[in-house]
Each structure stands twice: as structure tokens, then as C-alpha cells.
Design a protein around this ligand. Structure first.
Ligand code: E4P
Length: 220
């Protein structure tokens, strides 16, 4: 499993990159808004992320129709070679993905919730598909179960081009565990979840014990 960082926060990206922990980044309009970023700086911000991360960086279009999505996607793809254009799984999004992928632009189809949506995304030419887990949990449905169905269905077919599933809308380390056990290609995780993935009370406790015993060695 590869890990992407689900953020637009440059400091968090630098920190996670310094751990060798991330192979890509996913951003979305809400995550960029959270950094206090302005519209005029958006492309520069994505460029900075692309320079830090040696891997795919998803930048989402906010255009509402296929022609604008294609125009926006082409502009985004010029920012850096590792930009992936993120497009919602809608009719307009599928049409834009079909056009952009034919032009060699890598697309991540986002806001994917069902098996038919995922297959349509792959058929349209999406390089990545992002099923959302947490948003199902938010409405008291089992996001992991939905993800598992999508993984199984996508693995049933050869789409004639590489397709990787990104488990998205991850809210806990347990979501990551469940996704890894079903062999999901990528998990995109917020920084606090990445920290929780590293830390374990038994690791902390084990370290405390070693340090206490080492004090005895030093004083012997
Ligand atoms: C990533 O590609 C998605 O935009 C993100 O994981 C959504 O997460 P959320 O449901 O916590 O907003």
C-alpha cells in the first residue's frame, strides 16, 4: 500500500515527506481553503507541493461543466509533471475525464461511492479512483464494506490502462488497516491519522522501559 497525504498544508507535507512516509498528496478545495489560501495563489501552492513530493499530487477542478473542467484540467496539468487532475464522478466529470485521459492527462475521479460509478470512472480513462469511506460512516453506513465491493469489482476487469484505487475520506488508522487487508493500492490520510498510524501505547511504554533500564546500566 502506498500512502498519500490528504492535505494542502505545506508544513505537514514537508514533515511527512521527511519520514519517507508519503508517496503522493491529495488536495481538495476544502483542504486548500483550510490553509487560508487565495484563488490567485492556488497554482503556485500546487507547484510548491509538487516540488516537495516525489509522486502524484491531485489538484481538484472546481469547474461545473465538461468544457470548463477540460480547460481547467489542462491548465492544472501544466503546473508540474506529477499533477493529477481531480474530477468528481458526475456525468460532466466522466465526459471531462474521457477527454483529458485521451490527451494523456492523469485523472483521479473523486467522490466515488458505488461500484457502477467506479467502473464508469475506469472506463472513462481515470488513472485513479477515490472511493470515500468516512462519508458513508457519517451517514451510519459501512464505508469499508462499500470500499471492499469497489475493490473486488475493479479487480474483476482489465481496463486497458493502469487503474489504482485510492481509499479516501479516511478517518482512522483502523480504516487504513481494513483497506490494506483488502489490498487497496493507496490510502490517502490526513496528517493526524498518519501520526496515529505511527504511534502505539505499547511502543511508547516499551521505550519508557528501555530508557529506565538504561539508566540502571549507566549507574551500575
Ligand atoms: C481525498 O481525495 C478526499 O478529498 C478526502 O479524503 C475527503 O475527505 P473528507 O470526507 O474527510 O472530507
Amino acid at each position: 500500500m502506498k500512502f498519500f497525504l490528504d492535505t494542502a498544508d505545506i508544513n505537514d507535507i514537508k514533515e511527512a515527506a521527511s519520514w519517507g512516509a508519503i508517496q503522493g498528496v491529495t488536495t481538495n478545495p476544502s483542504l486548500y481553503a483550510r490553509t487560508g489560501g487565495k484563488l490567485a495563489d492556488f497554482h503556485d501552492h500546487i507547484k510548491k507541493i509538487c516540488e516537495i513530493v516525489d509522486g502524484p499530487v491531485s489538484a481538484e477542478t472546481v469547474a461545473e461543466n465538461r468544457d470548463d473542467m477540460v480547460a481547467d484540467g489542462l491548465e492544472l496539468s501544466k503546473i508540474a509533471p506529477n499533477v493529477v487532475v481531480k474530477i468528481p464522478t458526475t456525468v460532466e466529470g466522466l465526459a471531462a475525464t474521457h477527454t483529458l485521459s485521451a490527451k494523456g492527462v492523469n485523472v483521479n475521479m473523486t467522490l466515488c461511492f458505488t461500484v457502477p460509478q467506479a467502473i464508469l470512472a475506469a472506463r472513462a480513462g481515470a488513472r485513479y479512483i477515490s472511493p470515500f469511506i468516512g462519508r458513508y460512516d457519517d451517514i451510519s453506513e459501512d464505508g469499508i464494506e462499500h470500499l471492499s465491493e469497489i475493490v473486488q469489482a475493479i479487480n474483476n476487469y482489465d481496463f486497458g490502462h493502469p487503474v489504482e484505487i485510492i481509499a479516501a475520506s479516511i478517518r482512522s488508522a483502523n480504516h487504513v488497516t481494513q483497506a490494506a487487508l483488502m489490498g487497496v493500492d493507496i490510502a490517502t490520510v490526513p496528517f493526524p491519522v498518519l501520526e496515529k498510524m505511527v504511534n502505539h501505547p505499547l511502543t511508547t511504554n516499551g521505550l519508557d522501559r528501555f530508557m529506565a533500564d538504561w539508566e540502571k546500566v549507566k549507574n551500575a
